[in-house]
Design a protein around this ligand. Sequence first.
Ligand code: ADP
Ligand code: MG
Length: 466
Amino acid sequence: VEKLIATTAHERMPWYHGNIARDEAERRLYSGAQPDGKFLLRDKKENGTYALSLVYGKTVYHYRIDQDKSGKYSIPEGTKFDTLWQLVEYLKLKPDGLIFYLRESCPNPSMAASAAPAPPTHPSVTTKERGAGNSTSLTTTNCISLKAAGKSRMLPMDTSVYESPYSDPEELKDKKLFLKRDHLMIDEVELGAGNFGCVKKGVYKMRKKQIDVAIKVLKSNNEKTVRDEMMTEAQIMHQLDNPYIVRMIGVCEAESLMLVMEMASGGPLNKFLSSKKDEITVSNIVELMHQVSMGMKYLEEKNFVHRDLAARNVLLVNQHYAKISDFGLSKALGADDSYYKARTAGKWPLKWYAPECILYHKFSSKSDVWSYGVTMWEAFSYGQKPYKKMKGPEVISFIEQGKRMDCPTECPAEIYALMMQCWTYRWEERPGFFSVENTIRTYYYSIATKTENGPKAEDKSKAAFP
Ligand code: ADP
Ligand code: MG
């Protein structure tokens, strides 16, 4: 949708005159004052191309706008842009081959005054193709205008981890579960630790690029079961590809068994929120939790259960981009199964588990929804531990008595209502992620528009990330 907005932005600009003939363009430019740089843009319906008409020295000049194979626009021999709106903005700064730079728009008479156009709020979407070919991405100009509006920030799709590193067909040729050790550089920096061993920072060399990775290194001389567990985790992650889930790049069998993943350098959500309490707004948390719900909706569709969804397992790429991680307990459900039945209880995160998990060892997307509710509670409490000092068994009886955690201090009522829905006792009556994602999205969009216009403009959110 954002791309569509950006690529059709010119249609709402006063300088866009639609399908008018060359002489009509001249008539419009010659009427009234004729300052240098007065211009308009028109399209030639016959062949779907555009032309720019410009006044200089009381004469009108016409320029054809070329479009290359990938759809980028430019004046002949000029700099290429993803959208016409960006091209025009650029030509206002630099003639780039025109006889004069663009200055004053010749207003389209058929555009009502009331329809005065506002520039699109997220033109940065078009920067996704940054670095492709010799086109100059207009990030600079966009950033200037966005910064002026106080809204400059990166969207998930502007980062390198939005798409799989294998989305490039050239890279896909080399995709294998097992990676070559000499393509992997392991840093000494430890990102985290667990029972299995530790997670280290590293770089993985691909055909055309090098990517930052996080490497889960299995402790050496570990028993076979831990090894098998890590291979199961790898096999699960290998089947997933979603912007809101940490992707696995592959497994490397060398000095020890290593699971190589996309890097989410912001670390776990709970730690981030507890350390940045004063800087992160509630709407920022809603945004992140909405992303988690999108990742979970994807898992639900693919028939996978996570079984360890918690704020500690939501990692941040940046302040506005979260990914679900840690598939150590996850299971792929059979085609006809709606739940996974654990034979024995293990070392389980009981505070995040729905009643049916604890009572009957039954795990489904609905039990992940319960965990999502607890994760929401942690997030809106800025990383506090759920159920205070209660022990696992105490939590179970607390829930059995029909009690639920209170609404965190800064948590909006709509969000708490969703949490309570996630904590519906009977799984048959609990919403699924399809519904949860829809609810939180609707709420997020409703506050996002309010905060953008409201006086309380994001005073908290100043650069928690550089
Ligand atoms: P465990 O099964 O022990 O909980 P996790 O997969 O949750 O293991 O990883 C442990 C820690 O390692 C995380 O809390 C995080 O700090 C770090 N980590 C794991 N994966 C990544 C990643 N992809 N990017 C950055 N840090 C990571
Ligand atoms: Mg974990």
